[in-house]
Design a protein around this ligand. Structure first.
Ligand code: HEC
Ligand code: HEC
Length: 374
């Protein structure tokens, strides 16, 4: 009798533990899919200058069910070979979907070669190219690379397809998104890309001010210092920041050399093209949520926004490929002289930093749509 009681208790406990683990594993999703496809953007982001930069391909528009599947994939550690790491491990919501570590840690403890950049607002990189060296030609191609990267997630795509097929919550999610439960890497790529493209920041204090001041005149919701910083940022003569970090998305259109080094150990875009003119040229990332995504630059070498501003104020290096906008007037006219140091005063630097901080969108990083469903 004692043995019987012992045995049944053991059985019940194991059953409980098993069902607990199962419920732990399945993502918690709302009964009705959240809205990803038709997020109403404020007029300044719905405007042509921004919309014309949208890199969504005709064959992969954002759907609510597709982005929902993408959300689950983004947060699921099962995408890595040892269930140790998810996309979100290196693209953390509270850090603006970047990584606070200079280099990220992969599934086996290895370090990535570059700093993890923000994965938000990627829909508006006009040339549709991704990574610091722009080696991925589309977002659909990009999202499959970390999965297969030997340092990041270490997975083979065929193996991943088989693995996801056997996880009970996936086939129904694929069915909702694509009309049949079939799991394929093409579908994984599409769903992840949809989720990434839906992740747009549009509720920062800058956006609130911009909505009220169509001509970007001083914003009534800004302090004097923030307005001074805004004027500096958009002053093409004084700073030229907005010449490279363009539009209300604050993104670049092409990789550039911003004079971080005289000699680069990471060759940037030249790693891919092997062209001398691409030496030390790196993608110009969006400045949205920049206050959350420290450290900065492709190698995470600048720890704070103060250090970034100090770079442009006094630290621009004389590299042959240094972009014209970061050079003074010289014998051959504009942009042919020595590196242009903005020589910002202490007050100006502080104002510029205060302005960059107004680009923080805390709604994006706490919104259920982009949060961990597990
Ligand atoms: C181990 C850390 C790590 C993991 C896991 C990881 N990433 Fe990244 N991610 C990075 C790093 C580092 C970069 C920059 C690499 C480079 O430029 O060479 C990056 C770059 C990106 C970019 C490029 C952004 C841009 O503007 O060009 C996107 C998008 C992205 N990751 C999405 C994802 C997705 C989706 C996943 C999961 C399938 C993922 N990442 C998994 C570290 C990681
Ligand atoms: C010639 C184009 C150019 C100009 C002008 C320019 N930037 Fe940049 N910016 C870049 C490039 C390129 C990078 C990335 C470089 C790298 O990673 O090596 C960058 C990176 C940054 C970053 C770090 C982004 C991140 O996610 O790590 C910040 C912040 C920044 N710039 C702010 C500014 C400010 C403020 C100004 C004006 C004072 C400015 N930039 C002017 C091209 C430019």
């Amino acid at each position: 009798m004692r043995r019987f009681i012992f045995f049944t208790t053991f059985l019940l406990l194991s059953l409980l533990l098993f069902s607990y683990r199962l419920s732990q594993q399945a993502p918690r999703l709302p009964a009705k899919a959240l809205n990803y496809a038709n997020i109403p953007l404020p007029p300044h982001l719905a405007a042509d200058v921004v919309q014309s930069m949208d890199n969504t391909p005709a064959d992969n528009p954002i759907t609510d069910a597709g982005a929902t599947l993408g959300r689950v994939l983004f947060y699921d550690k099962k995408l890595s070979i040892n269930d140790g790491i998810a996309c979100a491990s290196c693209h953390q919501a509270k850090h603006g979907f970047a990584d606070p570590r200079t280099f990220s840690v992969g599934f086996e403890g290895g370090l990535t070669a570059r700093h993890s950049m923000s994965a938000a607002n990627v829909r508006f990189y006009q040339n549709g190219s991704f990574f610091w060296d722009e080696r991925a030609e589309t977002l659909e191609a990009q999202v499959l690379q970390p999965i297969q990267d030997p340092i990041e997630m270490g997975m083979k795509l065929k193996k991943l397809e088989k693995k996801l097929k056997r996880i009970s919550y996936y086939p129904p999610l694929f069915e909702d998104a694509f009309g049949s439960p079939e799991v394929s890497s093409a579908r994984i790529s599409k769903a992840l890309a949809q989720f990434m493209r839906s992740m747009v920041s549009y509720r920062s204090r800058y956006d609130e001010g911009r909505a009220m001041h169509p001509a970007r005149e001083p914003f009534s919701n800004f302090s004097e210092e923030e307005n001074a910083g805004k004027s500096l940022f958009f002053n093409t003569e004084r700073t030229g920041c907005s010449h490279c970090h363009l539009t209300d998305m604050f993104v670049g259109v092409e990789a550039r050399n911003n004079g971080l080094y005289k000699e680069y150990t990471d060759h940037g875009k030249a790693t891919v093209t092997e062209e001398w003119m691409d030496e030390g040229a790196f993608k110009i990332p969006s400045l949205r949520n920049i206050a959350l995504t420290a450290p900065y630059m492709h190698d995470g070498s600048l720890a704070t926004l103060e250090e970034v501003i100090e770079h442009y104020a006094h630290g621009v290096k004389d590299h042959e490929n240094l972009h014209l906008l970061l050079r003074d007037e010289g014998p051959m006219g504009r942009g042919s002289g020595p590196p242009r140091q903005l020589k910002l005063s202490v007050t100006e630097s502080a104002a510029l930093r205060a302005f960059l901080e107004t680009l923080t969108d805390s709604s994006l990083i706490s919104d259920e749509r982009w949060a961990d469903p597990f």
